[in-house]
Design a protein around this ligand. Structure first.
Ligand SMILES: *Cc1c(COP(=O)(O)O)cnc(C)c1O
Length: 440
């Protein structure tokens, strides 16, 4: 029996079944773009731990910063005895997030916790309750964030009842709705005004590029129309940049690609090189609306995670990882489009920077046709081809067999997404593309 098989037996007996793993190989060590399992097999990493290890695994500055911090103190609780690194991370967040206005930040442990707090703050600051979210949205797995998340299986099935005052409206999904951004926004806005009431809305919460929901890039003008509507009606525009943030899409954040300056931004994933840390950053008057002690948590902004975040941000600046993400896009997108020409089941190639995806469909259905349940929601025009989740899983299985760590996503389970560490070198990226081609 291999070491991994052995570990898998122990795991099955010890770990709850609800927590599953994509592959059954157990990691021994990892670097900037490869993982080596306990049986000595190397994997090319197109997952980065779900867009977390953008600076690579065991990035030198992060390792050194963590080691230095862990020797000084591991925890005091910022709410009891504060320390500089928490303040420094907030300063960085305030400076790096879009918007020249004065900002404040607060730190938490996970993305879901950041989103929960963004909603708490928005409700408190506006005195309103309704939160508007979108089709295909993913915001986490806690009770409130399950309610904000769109997809039932596997995230919500059997876990209700869910939190109230959450309203879901159509997302701009160019491949499936065929609508220009402002038109898609008009649909969403009309639904908000008719079904929720403009003066009831505390926040419009959106991922500038959707993550788990299928790497859906809204048509140009969608985000800016929603942001403008929010501003006009006293609602706060919250960008969930947990997956898109920290250089992933070729800039520090994805909102500026659409010239959007959110009132609140949530961050996590890529922020701290793999250590658990999350942030909520927003307009000073919004953030400071909350009374002292209204926000916090035992571990939020843990000093080791903060030290890792500062080293991660340093590394991102020093290596210009935004440029690295754009370079990955310039290498991958032409290759993916070529593959689309030779593989008619690739219905769409999309994404930005090093957040790229292909959508797998039934080839004969690739042209616009009659709308069916599988073809998408009856919201917007009936475009888009029939999703093919079975072929998607088969491509993923073959990639794993070849040693390529590949993630899928999407409401219909038919999107293959690429999230390489931003430090991945060119030969490794080329290797990944060759392995992908064989799997296809
Ligand atoms: C991953 C993710 C979350 C949840 O983050 P966790 O750290 O897993 O709680 C929320 N929003 C988006 C956009 C994400 O990608």
């Amino acid at each position: 029996m291999s070491h991994s098989e052995d570990l898998h037996k122990r795991r099955t007996a010890a770990v709850a079944r609800g927590v599953s793993s994509m592959v059954q190989s157990y990691v021994d060590y990892a670097a900037g773009g490869t993982l080596t399992d306990v049986d000595g097999r190397e994997w090319v990493d197109m997952a980065a731990g779900i867009a977390v290890t953008s600076v690579g695994n065991a990035s030198p500055k992060v390792v050194a910063a963590v080691q230095r911090q862990v020797e000084r103190f591991t925890h005091t609780c910022f709410m009891i005895a504060p320390y500089e690194s928490y303040v420094a991370v907030c300063e960085q967040l305030n400076a790096l997030t879009p918007g020249a206005f004065e900002k404040r930040s607060a730190l938490f442990n996970s993305g879901a916790e950041a989103v929960e707090n963004a909603v708490k703050i928005a409700r408190h600051a506006t005195g309103r309750r309704a939160v508007v979210v979108f089709d295909h949205a993913y915001h986490g797995r806690t009770n409130l964030t399950m309610a904000l998340t769109a997809k039932n299986m596997p995230y919500k099935q059997g876990f209700g009842p869910f939190a109230g005052e959450i309203y879901r409206v159509p997302m701009s999904y160019p491949f499936r709705d065929g609508l220009a951004g402002p038109d898609a926004a008009a649909l969403a806005i009309n639904m908000i005004e008719k079904q929720v009431g403009a003066d009831q809305v505390a926040a419009v919460l959106i991922e500038p590029i959707q993550g788990e929901g299928g790497f859906v890039v809204p048509a140009p003008g969608f985000l800016s129309s929603l942001a403008a509507w929010s501003k006009a009606h006293g609602a706060l525009f919250i960008a969930d940049e947990i997956q898109t943030g920290f250089c992933r899409t070729g800039d520090w954040f994805a909102s500026p690609h659409e010239s959007v300056e959110p009132d609140i931004i949530t961050t996590a994933k890529g922020i701290a090189g793999g250590l658990p840390l999350a942030g909520v950053t927003g307009r000073a008057e919004v953030m400071d609306a909350v009374h002292p002690s209204g926000l916090g948590g035992t571990y939020g902004g843990n000093p080791i995670a903060c030290a890792a975040a500062l080293a991660t941000i340093d590394t991102m600046r020093e290596l210009d990882l935004s440029a690295a993400a754009r370079r990955i896009e310039s290498v991958m997108v032409p290759r993916l489009r070529e593959l689309q020409q030779s593989h008619p089941f690739i219905g769409d190639v999309r994404g930005r920077g090093a957040m790229l995806a292909i959508e797998i469909v039934v080839p004969e259905s690739a042209s616009p046709g009659t709308m069916t349940a599988e073809r998408g929601y009856g919201r917007g025009a009936p475009l888009g081809a029939t999703p093919d989740p079975a072929r998607t899983s088969e491509i993923q299985r073959r990639a794993h067999e070849a040693g390529l760590l590949l993630l899928t996503c999407g409401t219909y389970g038919n999107v293959i997404r690429f999230l390489p560490p931003l430090v991945m070198d060119d030969p490794t990226l080329q290797r990944a593309l060759t392995m992908l081609e064989s799997a296809l």
